[in-house]
Design a protein around this ligand. Sequence first.
Ligand SMILES: C[S@@+](CC[C@H](N)C(=O)[O-])C[C@H]1O[C@@H](n2cnc3c(N)ncnc32)[C@H](O)[C@@H]1O
Length: 284
Amino acid sequence: MAEINRSHFNEEASTYDAIHSKLHERLTEEIQARLDWIGVEWANTDDDDDSSQDEDDDVDEPNESEDGPEKSPKSSQPRREVRLLDYACGTGMMTRALAPYTTQCVGIDISENMVAAYNSRAEYQGLSPDEMHAVVGDLAAADGPHPADLLVADPRLFDVATVGGGLHHFADPELAAERLARRLRPGGVLLVWDFAPHGPHATAHFRGSHTVLHHGLSEDRVRALFERAGVGEGFELVVLGSGVSPGHGHSHGHGHGHDGHGHDGHDGEPMRRQVFLARGQKAA
Ligand SMILES: C[S@@+](CC[C@H](N)C(=O)[O-])C[C@H]1O[C@@H](n2cnc3c(N)ncnc32)[C@H](O)[C@@H]1O
């Protein structure tokens, strides 16, 4: 299954962002509107900085000395280090949604072309690999993470781990969650987006149907998965409302509907897939 996913997403990488742009835009809005709900102590945000800045920012500060301006509270404020692990990162949708509130983003994906797309977007934004970088890997393999030393070289733990649209592709989502949870610091948060349970795809109209192992995940299953992995503290799942339409498909595969109703195929085959966000925390 892993190999099927790898080769499918290698083929999709160059068109992935264009096909899924609507869903990604919507998810980014939903995630950024829920920063408090996610529950990570984020790196300083613009809002934090505002408190140390006056409207007359460009007016000389009274405490300016002959040696030059003293450091304003803003510039002296050390940035809290917040590390994000984006698993099944693809081109980096979850990373980009949360990057403004973190200091380092590490992506992992089984598809080397997805990883290349993630890294070229990071480079294009002028970010160094220390700030944002993805590597090829599989934490979800039954016989152990591939490569075996994945993430071992850097023993630092993460503040937040994400899996965006990945769980339904994994043979064993529970195992993947356990391996991710091990990489979280105490109090760290696992954040997932995926599909609520839905009927099977019409294979003729959805090129990626062979990569999907789970036709959505129920709240009970997701809750149990978080709890078993040790990240069940404060578990919450929200089904996102109108306007979320998965963009799977090919030439006409952009979702047009609301509440997860869209059209997956040439003949308007209806699809009903609702997207949820779930979060839970590792015991501190
Ligand atoms: C639907 S895409 C989601 C990409 C991205 N997270 C997003 O939100 O747009 C699923 C991703 O899971 C990756 N994937 C599938 N199986 C995987 C596995 N066992 N380990 C790591 N990545 C995997 C695929 O290569 C693909 O990039």
